[in-house]
Design a protein around this ligand. Structure first.
Ligand code: FE
Length: 344
């Protein structure tokens, strides 16, 4: 056996076992997960992955911008293997910064619809969330909010609650409106939203829903899972709010509700690349999607994964087919439209 063959056979064995080698010692198989998804309900999933594969998950948590800054400063020596977030905009920022590498995976391509992933494989969305409307059903008819354009119209002057423009969820929604309607119409929409605000933006999405419940406003923008959690969770006050505050699904240019993703991308210098791909494939499995839908109330990304309770009761809407990478790339434009309009 030649030395070259022996070395490559050894390397092959190490790769097959999914092990990484540091300081000459072969470590147990592991994957370093940089997670901006800080949901306790994801923890059983991580345990399950380790049981199934023997690969240990080391979690580094923070908000998306913190983790992106950390990966930038770590540079080529970053231990990051997989970066996961709850918004396509954050994945796009990481991609723009050169922090993600393209991945080819038949499994991911089969499980995740093309519009929910980057065309070059830099990131994949394994859960869907709709950015829609919670409305006071005693004052607003569902037809009154069935189009995003109506939210910015004079009917809702002083009646709208929404969080600030630094929310990536809002940046992504405005990015989608720019993508669908062009910057001029989107600018007019943003100005209409600012004119309709019942109060300066404050708090998160749940605070907007509660404000509708308290009569501060008649409509609010929210991600679907916040509402579904309030309607089905342990907080009796929140459940009470959802008796008259309902969830409505507006349409963007007649093509359905704005859809964002929870997803991940493999880090540019991932030391455990194969394990990172495996973990991403695991998140995209029917089992993981069902778990996250049941526990975090997002919608499955795969059309063949039936939404479990409680999200099944809210799943009958038209999702906009826009590519998430298209609206994600519009966020710098969205940011300037929003700050021009005074959406703080
Ligand atoms: Fe959220």
């Amino acid at each position: 056996m030649s030395i070259r063959f022996a070395v490559s056979a050894l390397l092959g064995a190490v790769l097959l076992a999914g092990c990484s080698e540091r300081n000459g010692e072969t470590a147990a198989p592991e994957v370093n997960l940089y997670s901006a998804r800080r949901y306790d309900s994801d923890l059983p999933l991580y345990e399950r992955f380790t049981q199934e594969t023997g690969i240990k998950i080391n979690r580094i948590e923070g908000n998306a911008d913190q983790l992106i800054a950390r990966m930038k400063s770590e540079g080529a020596n970053s231990p990051a293997d997989l970066f996961i977030t709850a918004d396509a905009g954050a994945l796009w920022r990481a991609q723009q910064a050169g922090l993600l590498q393209p991945v080819q995976s038949e499994t991911l391509d089969a499980r995740i619809p093309a519009n929910l992933r980057d065309p070059d494989g830099h990131f994949y969305g394994y859960m869907r969330r709709a950015r829609v409307v919670a409305y006071d059903s005693s004052k607003v008819r569902p037809e009154g909010i069935d189009d995003y354009a109506k939210l910015a119209g004079p009917r809702f002057k002083g009646k709208l609650c929404v969080r600030s423009s630094d929310s990536i969820y809002n940046l992504s929604l405005v990015g989608a409106i720019i993508e669908a309607e062009g910057p001029e119409k989107a600018g007019a929409w943003v100005r209409g939203i600012v004119a309709n605000m019942a109060r300066p933006p404050e708090g998160g999405d749940r605070d907007q829903i509660r404000a509708v419940g308290a009569g501060v406003c008649e409509i609010s923008l929210t991600n679907s899972y916040y509402y579904i959690r309030m309607a089905n969770g342990d907080n009796a006050g929140d459940r009470k709010v959802t008796e008259h505050v309902k969830l409505g699904f507006p349409s963007l240019t007649g093509q359905g509700a704005h859809i964002n993703i929870s997803g991940g991308g493999v880090a540019a210098n991932a030391p455990n690349r194969e394990n990172a791909v495996r973990l991403l494939e695991f998140f995209a499995s029917a089992e993981a999607q069902r778990h996250i839908a049941a526990n975090n109330n997002e919608f499955p990304a795969s059309p063949d994964v039936a939404p479990p309770a409680p999200v099944d009761a809210y799943a009958d809407f038209t999702p906009n087919p826009m590519a998430v990478s298209a609206f994600a790339a519009r966020q710098p434009e969205a940011q300037s439209l929003m700050s021009e309009a005074g959406w703080r």
